[in-house]
Ligand binder design. Sequence first.
Ligand code: PMP
Length: 349
Amino acid sequence: MYQLNDKIKNLVPYEPISGTYDIRLDANECPVNLPDDIRAQFHKRLDEISFNRYPDPLAERLVNSFAEYYNIDPECVTAGNGSDELIFLIESAFLQKGDKMLVVAPDFSMYNFYSSICEVECDSFIKNENLDIDVDALIEKINRDKIDMVIFSNPCNPTGRGITRAQAEKLVSSVKALVILDEAYMDFWTESLLDKIGDYSNLIIFRTASKLVGAAALRLGFAVADPTISRAIKAVKSPYNVNSVSQAFGEVVYKNKDFLQNRQKNIVNNKNILYNGLVEIAESRQDLKVFESVANFVFMKTDCSREIWEYLKAKSIVVRLMGEYLRITAGTEHEVDAVLNALREFFSR
Ligand code: PMP
């Protein structure tokens, strides 16, 4: 009888919350679908696809469109089947047996999960009480423990907190380790290091089309790094990792600059309404702490997190429950209103 090995025998497939809900604020997605004019551009572009042929392995048209949107050199960009694929790929390829990886905590759980599959030693650096990273202490730990790779999200999922460009640059320039900044939520903030990619040989930045762009369904992620690292990523990835439909969509959507910038303003505005509403609710409650956020969601700590989660779910609103914390995505204005009203009701009972 074949036996699964120790590292996978107790794993269970990832399952997001099941069921149908009126308001989904649990996955940090964009709350609205694409407008008709972008769908029309996409449909037109689809007609050019030769479905009998394999996709372009380097996804050149997509990469050029992405690079132009962010004003960076396309040579520094590798497209992936979601940034999830790239996280796994880079952890497994850039680390070898005996290497040490570091994550910060709390952070996006997949970094740690993939390290266990890669059988790499992974340590955690704990954030302070405010859920911020003490960058000097992090640098000291990386150098003292001879860490080979450090990876964290900036802004952070789930906390919504972030380190500034200056802090990120200090980190990258003070360590020999490969620094991976996952900027999945940086479209909602101003502190990206994308424009500095050519200055550092130990930096990889991830971006995704799953958040601001609103294309989680198509699985489009990007690794941005200097040409030497980029070549290695391209060499190690599976040849046809991004399908032709997703490539075509990404090529179209990143050309719609005004649309993306308006969407960004709208989501940040709704996040601010959500944050201010939560702060107001928390003013009269000692047991509720709301963290200021630079992403498209708000994180809060409360003793009654599960009760709130159940209460909202009964009203067909889902948010993310994480122990004594709740993470609420900024939805449309109507959805933000609905979740705030439900929370006011909960606390007034
Ligand atoms: N990084 C972070 C920090 C995320 O929150 C997510 C999605 N929840 C991802 C990466 C994965 O993004 P993608 O959809 O591009 O795989």
